[in-house]
Design a protein. Structure first.
Length: 283
């Protein structure tokens, strides 16, 4: 016996197959307008979250829209990191992304650009463009007892086209930091996280406590950057920056952080085990 997938009554005579289920012809209706779907033509409808819609109903009432051009997103689209606005294929390739928090600049929104570094409307008021400010930020991040080995930071316009480098520290043969540079144009909070990362390099090298591999060292430094961000009151901005850290496209940093978080879960030294597990789930 064939039963209707909607009303569960026996199906006799003519019936319609939709998504491998049998329906009375009168039971095949749009879950939005409740009117019958086009019988015998399964391609006339869209299925979303288990519900069926006329193509027009789905497009007008259910389908997401591109945050840039408002076009209906019926096929492939791009979900932006952390903030989650959705973009059509055209605008996923052409949008401007904030280099501090990953916000995609929307039409009509203000933003700043400094040597190709984009600062969105949230980050541009606090973007850093001078050495004095970034060094003051560094002082605010560093433990007073650990300022002795601290080098002076110099902003650079760029590390080169396509580079993912945001800061770089040079050490002498004795492990003493002799020079630190950083990418200008980022927000104060992004800079602070970067300084927390770089200063951990400085302290480990000065104390000769760095791990055996560079990946382990970078992972520990990323962990300290996350620890700084977890303490910030501007939680939304901090979480957006931390999302960039957790999903760093460079494998050495991303996997190094994952390993550091796994170690932290077993023996918390920088972040509590509960918060560590939350971050580990996000990597």
């Amino acid at each position: 016996m064939i039963t209707c997938a909607k009303c569960c009554a026996e199906v006799t005579g003519k019936y319609t197959i939709v998504d491998n289920n049998a329906y009375h012809n009168t039971c095949v209706t749009c879950d939005h307008c409740k009117k019958p779907l086009l019988l015998g033509n399964a391609s006339s409808h869209n299925v979303h979250d288990g519900k069926k819609y006329h193509q027009t109903c789905f497009r007008e009432a259910i389908a997401e829209r591109c945050a840039m051009c408002n076009v209906h997103l019926l096929d492939t689209y791009y979900v932006t990191p952390y903030w989650k606005p959705k973009l059509c294929e055209t605008h996923s390739a052409s949008h401007k992304e904030c280099n501090s928090c990953s916000w995609r600049v929307q039409p009509g929104e203000s933003y700043a650009v400094w040597n190709d570094i984009v600062a969105c409307k949230r980050c541009s008021p606090n973007a850093v463009y001078d050495d004095a400010t970034v060094n003051a930020i560094y002082d605010g991040v560093v433990d007073p007892d650990e300022k002795k080995p601290r080098p002076r930071v110099t902003l650079v316009p760029t590390y080169g086209e396509g580079s993912t480098t945001l800061a770089e520290t040079t050490f002498d043969s004795n492990g003493r930091a002799t020079k630190m540079t950083a990418q200008g144009g980022l927000s104060r909070m992004a800079f602070a996280a970067i300084m927390a990362h770089e200063h951990n390099h400085v302290v480990m090298r000065a104390r000769k406590t760095q791990p055996n591999t560079l990946q382990e060292e970078e992972g520990q430094c990323e962990l300290h950057a996350c620890a700084y961000l977890l303490c910030q009151t501007k939680a939304e901005e901090a979480m957006a920056i931390m999302h960039r850290i957790l999903h760093n496209p460079v494998n050495m940093y991303r996997e190094g952080l994952r390993d550091a978080l796994c170690s932290e879960c077993k023996n918390p030294t920088v972040i509590s085990s509960d918060l560590t597990q939350i971050l580990l789930d996000l990597v």
